[in-house]
Design a protein around this ligand. Structure first.
Ligand code: MN
Length: 268
C-alpha cells in the first residue's frame, strides 16, 4: 500500500498522498460495497423490552444476510417512507412473525378464530413489497413474509392448515426451530432449484397458515409431503422468491445459497 512502510523494506520514494488523477473515481465508487438488504421488522406492543411500542428482529436474519455478503438494514413500519427506503436498498427481505395477513386482502370476508393481525405492519410491508416489485428489486419473503408476498402477487391463503388439509403434517413443529421439521420437494427448473441445485431440502416449520393458490402468475417451487405449498416464485421478475420455512436458521445447505443468491441478485 502507498505510504505504509513494510518492516525491513525501504519506503518507496513516492508521495504519501498521491495527487488525484484526472478522471479517477472516488474511493466509494471503486471499493467493493456490500449491497444494502432491507429487512422488515416485527412490531410488539408495550411490555417486555420497553413500556412503549417496540420493534423486534431475530438476530439470525441479520447474520445470515451479512454472512452472504449483504449489508442488512432494518426497516420500520412507516408507509410514507417506503419509497425513500426503496430508493436506498438493493433488495428486500420480508420477515415472518406470530400474526397473519388480513383475509380481506385476499378476498375472504370470514376470519378463522386463530387469525391474529398486525395491521400497521402489514400495511407498511405491502407498500414496500409493491414498490420493490414495481422496481423489479430482488424480494425474498420468509414464512409470514412469503404469505404476504403471495397475496401481493394475487394469491390466496389457507387460514388454518389443520382445518383445511386432511392428515396434515405438524407444520408448527414441536422441536426447536433450529432443527428440521419436514422435507420439501423442490420443483425442477424453478428459480429455487437453480439456486439450491437440490431436488429436496430439510426445512423447519413454524406456520399454521399456508398458500392456498399462488395466483395467476406466481409458481409453486416447493411442496411438503402432505401437499402443503412451501414456496413460490414469480417468473415475471428477476428475483421474486418466497419460502414458507425460515432459511435464516441455515439448517439445510440450500438455505445459505438462498441468501447468497439474493445478495448476488442485489449486485453483490
Ligand atoms: Mn411447513
Amino acid at each position: 500500500m502507498l505510504g505504509i512502510p513494510t518492516p525491513g523494506v525501504p519506503a518507496p520514494a513516492i508521495p504519501v498522498l498521491a495527487p488525484t488523477l484526472p478522471g479517477a473515481l472516488p474511493r466509494a465508487m471503486t471499493a467493493r460495497i456490500p449491497p444494502l438488504i432491507g429487512v422488515t421488522l416485527d412490531a410488539e406492543p408495550p411490555g417486555g423490552y420497553s413500556k412503549y411500542p417496540w420493534y423486534a428482529l431475530r438476530a439470525n436474519y441479520a447474520t445470515a444476510i451479512a454472512a452472504a455478503g449483504g449489508l442488512p438494514m432494518a426497516l420500520p413500519h412507516d408507509t410514507a417512507l417506503a419509497p425513500a427506503y426503496l430508493d436506498r436498498i438493493d433488495a428486500l427481505v420480508v420477515t415472518g412473525g406470530a400474526f397473519d395477513v388480513d383475509p380481506a386482502l385476499y378476498g375472504e370476508g370470514d376470519r378463522h378464530a386463530t387469525v391474529t393481525l398486525k395491521e400497521d405492519r402489514t400495511t407498511a410491508e405491502l407498500a414496500l413489497v409493491r414498490g420493490a416489485l414495481a422496481r423489479d428489486m430482488p424480494v425474498l419473503g420468509i414464512c409470514g413474509g412469503e404469505q404476504l408476498l403471495v397475496v401481493a402477487l394475487g394469491g390466496t391463503l389457507l387460514q388454518h392448515i389443520p382445518d383445511s388439509v386432511p392428515d396434515a403434517l405438524e407444520h408448527e413443529q414441536a422441536n426447536p426451530r433450529d432443527q428440521p421439521g419436514h422435507p420439501v420437494a423442490i420443483t425442477p427448473g424453478s428459480l429455487l432449484h437453480r439456486i439450491t441445485g437440490q431436488a429436496a431440502m430439510q426445512v423447519n416449520s413454524a406456520h399454521h397458515q399456508a398458500i392456498r393458490s399462488p395466483g395467476r402468475f406466481a409458481k409453486v417451487n416447493a411442496t411438503a409431503p402432505d401437499g402443503v405449498i412451501e414456496g413460490i416464485e414469480d417468473p415475471r421478475y428477476d428475483f421474486c422468491l418466497g419460502v414458507q420455512w425460515h432459511p435464516e436458521f441455515l439448517i439445510d445447505p440450500g438455505d445459505r445459497l438462498i441468501f447468497k443468491a439474493l445478495v448476488t441478485a442485489a449486485g453483490g
